[in-house]
Design a protein around this ligand. Sequence first.
Ligand SMILES: Cc1cc2nc3c(=O)[nH]c(=O)nc-3n(C[C@H](O)[C@H](O)[C@H](O)COP(=O)(O)OP(=O)(O)OC[C@H]3O[C@@H](n4cnc5c(N)ncnc54)[C@H](O)[C@@H]3O)c2cc1C
Length: 427
Amino acid sequence: MSEETEVVVVGAGQAGVAMSEHLGAHGVPHIVLERHRIAERWRSERWDSLVANGPAWHDRFPGMEFPGLAPDAFASKEQVADYFVTYAEKIGAPIRCGVEVTSVRKHSARPGFRVETSEGSIDARFVVAATGPFQRPVIPPIVPDGAVPVQIHSSGYRNPEQLPEGAVLVVGAGSSGVQIADELRRSGRRVLLSVGPHDRPAREYRGRDFCWWLGVLGRWDEETPPRGAEHVTIAVSGARGGHTVDFRALAADGIELVGLTASYDDGVLHFAPDLATNIALGDAKYLELLRAADEYVERNGFDLPEEPEAHVLGPDPEGVADPRLELDLAGAGVTSIVWATGFATDYSWLEVDAFDEHGRPDQRRGVSSEPGVYFLGLPWLSRRGSSFIWGVWHDARYVADHITTQRGYLAYGTTDRPGAAPASRQN
Ligand SMILES: Cc1cc2nc3c(=O)[nH]c(=O)nc-3n(C[C@H](O)[C@H](O)[C@H](O)COP(=O)(O)OP(=O)(O)OC[C@H]3O[C@@H](n4cnc5c(N)ncnc54)[C@H](O)[C@@H]3O)c2cc1C
């Protein structure tokens, strides 16, 4: 006999914990299944020195501040993981750790799903896939195995000591790539950084963190971009108390900047001639945000100190106009490549009709094309902030509302009061 519940939430990262809070608030019976520990990825799939990219006042759920942290401080990865453990306890989330979901299949000829797990089966009316935006590390197939002693993904990077002596190429200049390159350079390594298109907002401007500016300017709420639209990575850092990511400063510290890593041929890597364009794009976005911030201050009469020097970027670092286009890996002493090239999703366990022709979740605001199946935590699920700590909490509330409404429909005609209306309506 299988166990029964209303909702099975798969994954107990921040998305699963948020989902549990909102389901609990609606009085919906549910179980959260986590194959490892709560917020496991923060514990064991991030490098040792990682701190949150946003300050503690911002990168949190509304219901609890970070215990013992100043609001403007940046929580360490362990503090983030501990935060979610404490939060889950606070809300009494019914989380079962060490239970892996191996498959979800639709019941035939009745609503609901059979959830197979490492500890038996569960029948549930609804399933929420909260397994994260960053499930499977992606390394583009450019450099063959064995061409350099070590090739790792950023999710496998821990600290400089982990890598063999020698120079390191870091590919990817989002938040992970720039922070890892910076740490490696500070440890005394020769470092090359392959820079693609990026957004690099000022960490702080006129006394306010960029998280605040994106909030008041409505930028976090930008809606899901159209299918196929380019998602430009955001390069920010809370390391060393937080600072603006500036490729001029990284170059001045001795990091050699190159364009996109394009191809490999017989020991030689080739880079695209796009470094200057990529840096100029990042600069333009940086300056645009400052101008929008100034306009906001002006229109609303805020008394925030002016910061004209932030608008002065200075000359491009040496080598940007005429960057290196080739690198003989052995000749340059490169012993490691760290691929900070992002992640893909893996829903091989979710055997339902909730995906488009490209295998991507077919969903709107988390509500999938398979009635009863929901996604949570994906980038741009409803808005720019959807995969971030604070954003997923709001998306989870919408999904919980939707589930509650659907429960009302399914209960129609089966309750003691025939004709009972659904509990709430979706807009
Ligand atoms: C390097 C890095 C830094 C980041 N920094 C920030 C930041 O500072 N601020 C911010 O807001 N966001 C940040 N993010 C983005 C985001 O907050 C994290 O990626 C976060 O971990 C996503 O939470 P999640 O709950 O959606 O997914 P995850 O944390 O990935 O949680 C999903 C859980 O599901 C479990 N799971 C997966 N498959 C199964 C299965 N079949 N059965 C049972 N359990 C399963 C996993 O073990 C995991 O614990 C960062 C991301 C990265 C990669």
